[in-house]
Design a protein around this ligand. Structure first.
Ligand code: IMP
Length: 450
């Protein structure tokens, strides 16, 4: 017997018109580097003009810091549009959901006075189970020196089960009768791996099952066929901001494989991860940090000398929102930037954390690589080649005047302006918004992004 039944209807017709007042389909904000570009602040800033903010990939490996008049928030699953009282937030089917993390995040938001009644999760989203988290950690330690440096949140193993067709989807948590035999089969298999390969303790079917049923009860109010909500929103002329997690260089296909995450974090993941057709995506906005950072393993050719890197890390507090790990810091890599721009088809770009470079005598931009003395302008496809890349730098004068908090382009020091213009040329797309600080208002909005 199916014990769950809900419809998507009744949500959007309560709004009379789109916030933008015209027929506006979806637009997407994608990380253009290795994640942590500051997308959370930009989503929070743009959500005021948007009816829905949705996530299509990744899980609680992501961490977005949002600072606004309500306080400072670290979000891992709930889309960053949650702070706008009329914005609907959707976690799409392409996301992998750890119910414990989601419920804790909801409870924290509620306790701080944030209305979470407009948060919905796709019933098709795959669940991160306790065995995924354990396997993530065991697999990483078994890899030794070749470890990916994952966040250890079970994201990779959950996507592995999805493609192996043994994953559990969020909607199934509402149907205990069908869930039990599926869970029994999966746990039997996982326990063989845990005990025989990793010499670890097995999971107890009954306790995992009881936990799942409890999660189902608590998640029920959030679960919806979100593809229908989105399709209805599009039909009603609502504007949809699609919030990317991680970054293009962590994309399973287009990133620095194997040092990537397990989902399509570039624009490629949107249609599959939300259930809306590509034709409804009208603008693709790339978010670039004014320099590069990377957390976890894998090469970063423009990594700065330790003294400069440490200085930036401490000033800009470049530590992972999810794991607290120190991020590696590099100069802006325009080869990576252009590659990302072309893979995603960016229609415009956002530049974040420009203020972090204030006071540097020289700022460097990597405009090409040398591999064994040969000049390479295209991003190489193998890690072995990427590791051999020696950056070719263009050095530009830095600026002494602070840019922090600047809101008008005309207030930027001329050297900072030159830096922005040069980046724009190199990434082949216009920079239409610059972030000069963590707060919403510390933003230079040059032109509309979409
Ligand atoms: P996983 O996604 O936890 O499997 O980790 C795979 C790789 O992606 C590791 O290098 C992580 O550090 C990196 N990663 C995953 N999520 C993020 C993120 O939100 N920001 C930056 N790096 C991330």
């Amino acid at each position: 017997m199916i014990t769950f039944c809900y419809t998507a209807g009744g949500h959007f017709p309560t709004y009379l018109s789109s916030k933008r007042g015209d027929l506006m389909p979806a637009y997407v904000l994608v990380g253009a580097q290795w994640g942590d570009e500051g997308k959370g602040k930009i989503v929070d800033y743009l959500a005021a003009q948007t009816d829905l903010v949705v996530r299509y990939a990744g899980g609680n490996n992501a961490g977005h810091t949002v600072i606004n008049q309500m306080g400072t928030f670290s979000l891992h699953l709930v889309p960053s549009g949650i702070f706008h009282p009329e914005t609907t937030c959707i976690i799409g089917n392409g996301v992998v959901l750890d119910p414990a993390v989601f419920l804790a995040e909801i409870s924290d938001l509620r306790s701080r006075g944030v209305d979470v009644s407009r948060v919905f999760i796709s019933d098709r989203a795959h669940v991160i189970m306790p065995y995924h988290i354990l396997l993530d950690q065991l697999e990483e330690s078994a890899k030794g020196g070749l470890a990916i440096g994952t966040t250890g949140k079970g994201v990779g193993p959950a996507y592995m089960d999805k493609t192996a067709r043994v994953g559990i989807r969020a909607g199934e948590l509402l149907d205990p009768i069908s869930l039990k035999p599926r869970l029994q089969q999966v746990i039997q298999y996982k326990n063989s791996i845990l005990t025989k390969i990793y010499n670890s303790e097995p999971f107890d079917l009954e306790s995992v099952f009881t936990q799942c049923v409890e999660w189902g009860k608590q998640l029920k109010e959030f679960l919806r066929p979100t593809e229908l909500l989105l399709q209805q929103a599009i039909t009603h002329g609502k504007s949809i901001l699609i919030e990317g997690a991680q970054g293009t260089l962590l994309d399973l296909d287009h990133g620095t494989y194997p040092y990537v995450t397990s989902s399509s974090s570039s624009v490629a993941g949107i249609s599959g991860g939300l259930g809306i057709p590509p034709r409804d995506v009208s603008a693709v906005i790339g978010v670039f940090k004014a320099y590069c950072t990377r957390v976890g393993s894998g090469p970063i050719p423009t990594e700065m000398p330790t003294d400069i890197g440490v200085d930036i890390r401490e000033r800009a507090w470049e530590y992972g929102t999810t794991t607290g790990r120190a991020r590696r810091i590099g100069w802006f890599d325009a080869v990576v930037g252009r590659y990302s721009s072309r893979i995603n088809g960016f229609t415009s770009a956002v530049l974040t954390r420009l203020d972090v470079l204030d006071g540097m005598p020289t700022v460097r931009i990597c405009v090409g690589y040398k591999i064994n003395g040969e000049i390479v302008e295209h991003f190489p496809s193998t890690t072995t080649l990427f590791e051999q890349c020696e950056p070719i730098y263009e050095d530009m004068d830095g600026w002494n005047e602070p840019t922090v908090g600047v809101t008008q382009l005309s207030q930027l020091p001329k050297e900072a302006m030159r830096y922005v213009k040069r980046l724009e040329e190199l990434i082949e797309c216009p920079i239409r918004l610059i972030s000069t600080g963590p707060n919403r208002e510390e933003t230079i909005h040059i032109e509309p992004l979409f």
